[in-house]
Design a protein around this ligand. Sequence first.
Ligand code: TTP
Ligand code: MG
Length: 407
Amino acid sequence: MHLDLDAFFASVEQKLDPSLIGKPILVGRVDPQGRSVPRGVVATCSYEARAFGCHSGMPLFQALKLCPRAIVVGGHYEEYIKASEKVFSICRRYAPVVEQTGLDEGFLDFSNTDLIYPNLTIVAGKIKEEIKREIGITASIGIASAKVVAKVASDFQKPDGLTYVEKGQEKRFLSPLSLLDLPGVSTKTYEKIATILIDSNVVKQVQKITIGDLALFSEGFIEERLGKAGLSLWNSANGRDNIWFTSGFGFYKEGTKSISRSETFERNSNNLKFILAKLQALSEDVGKELRAEGYFGRCVHVTIRYGNFNTVSCQRVLPYPTALTKEIYELGETLMKELWDGHTPLRLVGIGISEFGENIQAPLFNTVREKRLELEKRIDDLRERFGQNAPVPASVLFLGKRKGADG
Ligand code: TTP
Ligand code: MG
């Protein structure tokens, strides 16, 4: 999914001062006395103002000429940031991975969630509803199997839109739209592509070039004339992109989707050393089961639960599949530090791995990783014979010292 808030700064201003609702407003710089700064530009404007031709980036005086009764407001940056944070915490209630790309937009990855979310349109509707109810502004969402298509789709029925592009229909959806609607196409790029299209007699008018016109070319021709950047646009025009969070990797053993462990602490904790030691101990268990099953997993996910039961998680793929506790833990630690605010006490941490595939390795690291795998397997063996705590990483030992029950 791609989510983009509607007339973001303007919507927050309307929320702060409900007398502005339904009126054309321009968000610009406002001086401390509340007067608009005359030489500023429009950061954004309400859809009521857009009806008069106003748009972001336009000098304020020009926008005021188009719409003299427009009200100029703005400057409440802390409020925009607060609203943005609330929106993305709602997104994280649903999406396993959230990639925020701006204050008011981001991608929500729902890959491999069809068992919990058979209908993503319903999920998107809920997210929109919660944003409306809790923050009082509207969002537009696009759903598609490629990021670039989802992004175009979120813009397709703005404001308060919801557009679903079925898998297989990407090209059909994109094709009739203006080339300017394709992310990454500036007016300059548009003109460059237009010249090539006109030279090759594909189109006659510069004004009406569509995404479909670009998609029609052969790969070789595009690369020759527009280079690597052109090729990437051409792929986008064909509804494809390189999505870092899609799986499409390796074989899946039926029945096993992921191996994970989580633990609720006896007492909530914000002690980083303790939390990381827990994460290490849980990673040991995950790694052991992974090796026992002969699996190699590629996607590591971490979950944390705050004292108020707010639960957030995120995941990231490794460059190649692993069965090493060390690699699971190291990526887990990175994710943990990104996810946790670093001070609010936690009641639970969890770590897991998914996307099982073949053991393919980067050749250069082959021997080091093979040796490490041998070592970890021997440790598994020792633990089988002499108990869970023989041997144990020093960081995990710390847990036992701190409080018996935790170890
Ligand atoms: P956008 O998502 O581009 O615009 P928008 O949310 O106002 O409107 P739309 O409904 O078309 O999505 O940008 C998000 C916010 O970023 C916008 O509210 C104001 C700010 N912004 C600037 O400050 N300067 C700019 O030039 C642009 C384009 C946006
Ligand atoms: Mg927006």
